[in-house]
Design a protein around this ligand. Structure first.
Ligand SMILES: *[C@@H]1O[C@H](CO)[C@@H](O)[C@H](O)[C@H]1NC(C)=O
Ligand SMILES: *[C@@H]1O[C@H](CO)[C@@H](O)[C@H](O)[C@H]1NC(C)=O
Ligand SMILES: *[C@@H]1O[C@H](CO)[C@@H](O)[C@H](O)[C@H]1NC(C)=O
Ligand SMILES: *[C@@H]1O[C@H](CO)[C@@H](O)[C@H](O)[C@H]1NC(C)=O
Ligand SMILES: *[C@@H]1O[C@H](CO)[C@@H](O)[C@H](O)[C@H]1NC(C)=O
Ligand SMILES: *[C@@H]1O[C@H](CO)[C@@H](O)[C@H](O)[C@H]1NC(C)=O
Length: 572
């Protein structure tokens, strides 16, 4: 095959050369850049289309593949699949020119498969469209000599980048000792990085470009360009990612967080990032890899561990809400109890209001006061349960639950009323609903033992809901196809390195995380009492020893990666 396909390859190479020549003058003119760079970077223009989910991209085509099972051994254990991924030409042509596979198949008892791929990343005319991609730099601590200090890159997730920047104090805390350049990159379709301006989220035609694969490609393009511009091509890059939460629709609160990008980036772009710290990354919350009820089981456990009464009160409130909310008078009463700004139309919104308060509080059950999603005291779950337990035994469960939820919504006491229906989106999370309806299908269910009303997950229901809301159907198993996840320990043991998965077991997302070491350089750091990406927060004088120790280990491991990397580079 090598000989027969060499002609087209040469032609393509020539064409590319011609194209590069044609565009060279423009590029050179733009390259004259000022030496001082502002903290707020000018927008970068990455390509819009890496992978799409536009309506037409779910267009099916008959993909041709050939099988030859002459040599395939099925027993006692199945022989391997030898797969030839087709390229530019008819698949038969390659088959007849890939004799090597046929020659060795008998030795392996192999099944031969020849596949021709059509569209994974496209090159249609519109895919060369560009958009302004926002990123922030902080060079205060960057060492340029004798060898350039590392780039610590925060791969943005579902929300605007400033919000994450102010909640990732850990990177600022450790930058001085590493001489690191801090880079925070926004995720496309969030914050100001809107590829189609204000119309970005208007239709599947535009939202189709909101995918994790596109976002990772953006990061790769941006980091590569940035390193060139800074004349720091050899500087090591470590990516940091954390996961955050959001609320999608008004009926059910979906759990939409993902901080999975850093680890996926390391696996997909090992030549761009030499290491990743993925904090609270539920990369196993897909398919049936982790328990579907793990998230809610953990929230329930967090509250139960504080007080059994607290758990029972919360468990009892849902039926009472439904019951009272079944008529107009009841809704009026409930609206008063909940101090809603407007009378609510349905008890479901109050259910949501409470559900959000309890789950987010479990996520952010930090040992010190914090203001991430909301202003909260230290150990807020314990505080909520204290509020519930302080009521006299016969008091109304709805009053109790509302008082507890007020800790989450109104710890500072400045809220006069609560916007329970049709609220705003202070952190720009709205794109998550789309992602949950395309690739991020995280099956989540609530079991009977939960303090929340039980519900099941059904692929069919999700698919219907997504079609109704967005006009698309999710690709249910795309994430595990693209990034893996099944038998992750066995897979990553032989492939991949330099990843830290950190998790706190009080964080509901920990149940979908990697909790055991996979190899000597793919490490799980787990704290029993930790919450959602607690390690990424700024150090404070009140931090318990176990957080201090977790961060110390992270720093030590990253130092090890960078030393190794610099040695490898020095030998080149
Ligand atoms: C960079 O971070 C340091 C430490 O937080 C801060 O003092 C400085 O103002 C930041 N610089 C810019 C340009 O934001
Ligand atoms: C989508 O496909 C339809 C039918 O195949 C075609 O008419 C239309 O132009 C396509 N739209 C885009 C945006 O490619
Ligand atoms: C499979 O390959 C063997 C060896 O080249 C050949 O004899 C056989 O005809 C092939 N089978 C099919 C179905 O093409
Ligand atoms: C390509 O972009 C142009 C202008 O932005 C638009 O009018 C056209 O419909 C787009 N075509 C496709 C196939 O998306
Ligand atoms: C986009 O929306 C913002 C806020 O609503 C508005 O200020 C801005 O002018 C709009 N931009 C365009 C191009 O319409
Ligand atoms: C690098 O410089 C080029 C030319 O000035 C510019 O177009 C590009 O956006 C810069 N890259 C980054 C990451 O800022």
């Amino acid at each position: 095959m090598a000989a027969s396909s060499s002609l087209p390859v040469v032609i393509w190479a020539l064409l590319l050369l011609l194209l590069v020549e044609a565009f060279a003058p423009a590029t050179a003119a733009a390259a004259a850049s000022p030496s001082k760079r502002p903290a707020h970077q000018p927008p970068l223009f990455p390509e819009l289309d890496h992978f799409t989910f536009t309506p037409n991209s779910s267009h099916l085509f008959s993909q041709k593949y050939l099988l030859n099972d002459t040599f395939w051994r099925r027993k006692p254990n199945a022989g391997p699949l030898f797969v030839y991924t087709g390229n530019e030409g008819e698949i038969e042509w390659f088959t007849t020119n890939t004799g090597f596979m046929f020659d060795i198949a008998p030795d392996f008892g192999a099944l031969l498969v020849f596949i021709e791929e059509l569209d994974h990343f496209t090159f249609t005319p519109n895919s060369s469209r560009v958009f302004s991609h926002k990123y922030l730099l902080n060079e205060t601590f960057w060492r340029r000599k004798p060898t350039a200090g590392p780039l610590f890159v925060y791969t943005g997730n579902e929300g605007d980048i400033e919000w994450f920047t102010t909640n990732t104090g850990f990177m600022f805390d450790i930058a001085p000792q590493f001489g690191a350049l801090l880079v925070f990159i926004e995720h496309r379709f969030y914050g100001e990085s809107q590829p189609f301006g204000n119309d970005s989220s208007q239709s599947p035609d535009t939202l189709g470009y909101l995918t994790s694969t596109q976002a990772l490609a953006d990061f790769a393009v941006l980091i590569t360009s940035l390193k060139q511009n800074l004349s720091a091509v050899d500087a090591p890059v470590v990516v940091f990612g954390g996961s955050y939460g959001g609320k999608v629709n008004n009926v059910v609160v979906f759990w939409l967080l993902f901080l999975v990008l850093a680890s996926w980036f390391r696996l997909k772009y090992p030549h761009v990032a030499m290491g990743a710290l993925a904090s609270s990354a539920p990369i196993l919350q897909f398919d049936d890899i982790s328990s579907w009820s793990g998230f809610d089981d953990t929230v329930t456990q967090d509250f139960k561990s504080e007080s059994l009464n607290c758990y029972s009160v919360i468990k009892a409130v849902w039926d009472v809400l439904d019951d009272r909310g079944s008529n107009e008078t009841g809704l009026l009463e409930l609206s008063k109890t909940f101090r809603t700004c407007k009378t609510v139309h349905s008890a479901d919104s109050l259910t949501n209001f409470l559900y959000t308060a309890f789950t987010y509080t479990a996520m952010t059950d930090y040992p010190t006061p914090a203001n991430f999603l909301q202003n909260l005291p230290a150990y807020p779950v314990k505080e909520m349960c204290k509020i519930i337990d302080s009521f006299p035994a016969g008091a109304d469960v709805v009053e109790k639950a509302f008082a507890a939820a007020s800790l989450y919504y109104n710890y500072t006491g400045d809220q006069k009323c609560f916007q329970v229906e049709g609220g705003d989106d202070p952190h720009g999370l709205s794109g998550w609903g789309w992602q949950a309806c395309t690739e991020m299908v995280m099956p989540m269910a609530v079991s009977n033992e939960s303090m929340f009303p039980p519900f099941g997950f059904s692929y069919e229901e999700r698919s219907k809901g997504c079609l109704a809301n967005y006009g698309v159907r999710p690709r249910m198993h795309w994430i595990t196809t693209e990034y893996g996840g099944h038998k992750i320990d066995k897979v990553l043991k032989r492939f991949g390195s330099n990843i830290i998965f950190s998790n706190g077991m009080r964080d509901p997302w920990s149940r979908g995380g990697v909790l055991k070491n996979i190899s000597s350089s793919i490490i799980a750091l787990v704290t029993e009492k930790g919450a959602h990406h607690l390690d990424f927060r700024s150090a404070t004088k009140d931090d318990p020893d176990w957080v201090v120790e977790q961060r110390r280990q992270e720093i030590e491991i990253i130092h090890g990666w960078i030393d190794q990397y610099n040695k490898d580079i020095a030998q080149m």
